[in-house]
Ligand binder design. Structure first.
Ligand code: CA
Ligand code: ZN
Length: 303
């Protein structure tokens, strides 16, 4: 019998770390409804709240960590995103030196927006359909702690638009219990996150956490209703794409025995290199392959 837990945001981490004290311990297969702050630590509430006035030590909190029984070093943690619930107000920011267009600005700009039903109200004439997603999600990394603003092989600030309801993530586990955490939800965000923020919003993420001790991974894997992808974070988008594509070829080759040249030609026809974000200390790319293609080769992620 898997259990259901609630976790409030009284305990947050600002770095994913093997040394973090668990906020909650759950059995493999349990579900947790997690309260998450927005990436500003809920400090940006009005259009007058500018980023140079907030406490930067409270940026990018992730709620947790959660110790998952049965999660073992060298295995994986499966995270099924069951539900995302958003608060009624989002904040977006940009400013000097931030994001792709940081050269355009001297000061900071803030946009506070209402969320009504399934739309974000941008202004009197424009509303935007919501596409809720989790920006920061991951487990403790293998080595030194990694601050929650930086993505890596452990996950973290990947800002991947596909990490929404129904998505399933697999993370390589580097410490007993995995030490899972998440935060930084977005009501909507474009690939690239060019301003350095999405529609930043607090809310609740409901996730099912399952230990997969026999699954070996190098980087996070994502499954959606239509695709399977590898998410890689590296110093440049080019390098991240190279890593994600190589790991996908190897993953499918190892599990199906299919010829590498055949797979590369095939993936060139049906696989998509997509930018997750290009504004964080490491840049993140996903390489997505349709599931029908993998099914035709008898591919199964779980060994
Ligand atoms: Ca983020
Ligand atoms: Zn964010």
């Amino acid at each position: 019998m898997s259990a259901y837990h609630e976790l409030d945001d009284a305990r947050v981490i600002y770095a994913f770390s093997k040394d973090a004290e668990p906020a909650l311990t759950v059995a493999s297969g349990d579900t947790v409804r997690i309260r998450t702050m927005d990436c500003f630590g809920n400090q940006v509430r009005t259009p007058e709240d500018e980023l140079d006035e907030i406490d930067w030590d409270r940026i990018n909190p992730a709620t947790g960590p959660i110790f998952v029984e049965g999660a073992e070093v060298g295995g994986a943690l499966r995270v099924r995103i069951e539900k995302i619930e958003l608060d009624a107000q989002s904040a977006s920011c940009t400013g000097e030196g931030e994001g792709v267009c940081g050269d355009l600005f001297k000061g900071w700009a803030t946009s506070i927006n209402r969320i009504e039903g399934d739309r974000l109200i941008w202004n009197e004439t424009l509303s935007i359909p919501l596409a809720p997603m989790i920006g920061v999600i991951g487990v403790a990394p293998a080595g030194e702690p990694v601050n929650c603003g930086t993505p890596g092989a452990h996950g973290g600030n990947m800002d991947c638009t596909q990490i929404g309801e129904g998505a399933v993530l697999y993370f390589p586990v580097s410490t007993p219990g995995a030490l899972f955490g998440c935060g930084d939800m977005h009501a909507v965000m474009g690939d690239g996150e060019i301003s350095v923020s999405g529609a930043e919003v607090a809310g609740f993420a409901t996730v099912e956490l399952t230990a997969m001790p026999d699954l070996r991974l190098e980087n996070p894997v994502i499954e959606t209703s239509t695709h399977l992808g590898i998410i890689a974070s590296e110093p440049t988008l080019d390098k991240a794409a190279e890593v994600a594509v190589h790991q996908m070829v190897r993953l499918v080759h190892d599990r199906t025995g299919a010829d590498e040249a055949e797979l590369v030609m095939l993936f060139s026809l049906v696989g998509d290199v997509r930018v997750c974000q290009m504004v964080d200390p490491e840049e993140t790319v996903r390489f997505m392959v349709p599931r029908y293609v993998l099914d035709a080769y008898g591919f199964r992620l779980e060994p």
